[in-house]
Write a protein that binds this ligand. Structure first.
Ligand SMILES: Nc1ncnc2c1ncn2[C@@H]1O[C@H](COP(=O)(O)OP(=O)(O)OP(=O)(O)O)[C@@H](O)[C@H]1O
Length: 282
C-alpha cells in the first residue's frame, strides 16, 4: 500500500552561534510524519544544539523552524513534542510516581499513566526515589515522562549512552510499538552507528554541518563498498568489490569449482562515516 508522505517538521538554514563559535551552521532538516530519523555525529558535532533549537530550549541565531505551521517558541508547538534530554530533568529526591504525577498535572489532558507504567516496566520502581535508580531505569522513566502529553514528535538526545544492550533493546521495542500503533515520529541523536541502522532517514552531522543525508540503504550504496573475498584452492585470496549480494552469489557460483572458501562483508554505517569524514566515529 502506498502511504502518503506528510511533512511534520521543517528546519531551514538553522544556525546557532555561541560568541565566535558556530555550533550549527545553516542546516536544513525535513522530518516526515511517523518516521524514525537519526541525527548521527561525533562529540561536539552540534547534535544537542540542534535538538535544543528544535525543542525551543534555545533560540536559533538564524534560520526557521516550522512544525505544522508553528514555530518553536509557540506553546502549542511545545504541547506537540516530547523531549528526553541527555541529562535528566527529573527530581532526584522525588519518587518515580511523584515525578510522573507532577508532570501529568501540567497538562489539561495527560495521557493515561497506567499504560506507560506497564510499557516501561515502572511498577517495581514506582515508589523508589528517582535519584536512587540505575541508569537504565532512569531512562525508562525519562521516556515515560516525555510521553505524558501524547506528543506527535519525540526527541531523544543520545538516549542510549551508557546503557546495556538489553535495556537499549527494551527501550527500542517500546518506541517501535508506539511508532507503529500511534504514528509517533521520533528524532534521535546518537553516536552509536548501529542505532541508525533501523532509521528511515539519517542526517550525518559534523562540525555543525550536514555532510550527508539519506536512507541507510542509499548512504551505504553511495559511501561504502561491499567486499567479496574469494579464497582459492590454489593461489592468493582475491577481494572483489560487488554492488550487492546478488552479484556476490553470481560470482560465487561461477567460481564454485575453484574456491575453497569466501567471505562477504557488506558496507556498514561505520564505513559511511569513515568515508565521509576520514575518521572513526568513536
Ligand atoms: N552554550 C555554549 N557556549 C559555547 N559553546 C557551546 C555551547 N553549547 C555548545 N557549544 C559548542 O558547540 C559545539 C556543538 O556542541 P553540541 O553539544 O551541540 O555537540 P553534540 O554533537 O551534541 O556533542 P556530544 O555528542 O558530545 O553531546 C561544541 O563545540 C560545543 O563546545
Amino acid at each position: 500500500m502506498e502511504m502518503t508522505i506528510m511533512k511534520l517538521l521543517q528546519a531551514t538554514s538553522l544556525t546557532k552561534k555561541f560568541q565566535n563559535k558556530i555550533a550549527v551552521n545553516s542546516i536544513n532538516l525535513t522530518i516526515n510524519k511517523g518516521d524514525f530519523v537519526a541525527l548521527l555525529g561525533p562529540n561536539g558535532a552540534g547534535k544537542s544544539t540542534t535538538i535544543n533549537m528544535l525543542t525551543g530550549v534555545i533560540q536559533p541565531t538564524d534560520g526557521r523552524i516550522d512544525f505544522d505551521g508553528r514555530t518553536s517558541n509557540n506553546c502549542e508547538y511545545k504541547n506537540k513534542i516530547g523531549v528526553v534530554f541527555q541529562n535528566s530533568v527529573l527530581d532526584d529526591n522525588l519518587s518515580v510516581k511523584d515525578n510522573i504525577m507532577a508532570r501529568a498535572r501540567m497538562y489539561n489532558k495527560p495521557t493515561q499513566i497506567q499504560p506507560l507504567i506497564n510499557k516501561f516496566g515502572l511498577e517495581s520502581i514506582w515508589k523508589q526515589k528517582y535519584g536512587s535508580l540505575s541508569g537504565g531505569q532512569k531512562r525508562r522513566v525519562d521516556i515515560a515522562r516525555a510521553l505524558i502529553n501524547s506528543p506527535e514528535l519525540l526527541f531523544l538526545d543520545e538516549p542510549s549512552t551508557g546503557l546495556d544492550i538489553q535495556t537499549r533493546t527494551a527501550i527500542w521495542n517500546v518506541l517501535d510499538e508506539l511508532r507503529h500503533n500511534m504514528g509517533l515520529t521520533v528524532i534521535l541523536t546518537t553516536h552509536y552507528l548501529e542505532e541508525t541502522q533501523n532509521a528511515d532517514y539519517v542526517y550525518i552531522i559534523d562540525q555543525g554541518k550536514i555532510i550527508a543525508e539519506d536512507t541507510v540503504d542509499q548512504l551505504q550504496k553511495k559511501y561504502t563498498k561491499n567486499i567479496l573475498t574469494l579464497y582459492y584452492q590454489n593461489g592468493e585470496p582475491k577481494n572483489i568489490t560487488v554492488s550487492d549480494k546478488n552479484q556476490a552469489i553470481q560470482i560465487l557460483s561461477k567460481n564454485s569449482q575453484v574456491i575453497s572458501d569466501f567471505a562477504y562483508r557488506p558496507g556498514t554505517m561505520n564505513d559511511v562515516f569513515m568515508n565521509l569524514t576520514g575518521k572513526e566515529i568513536r
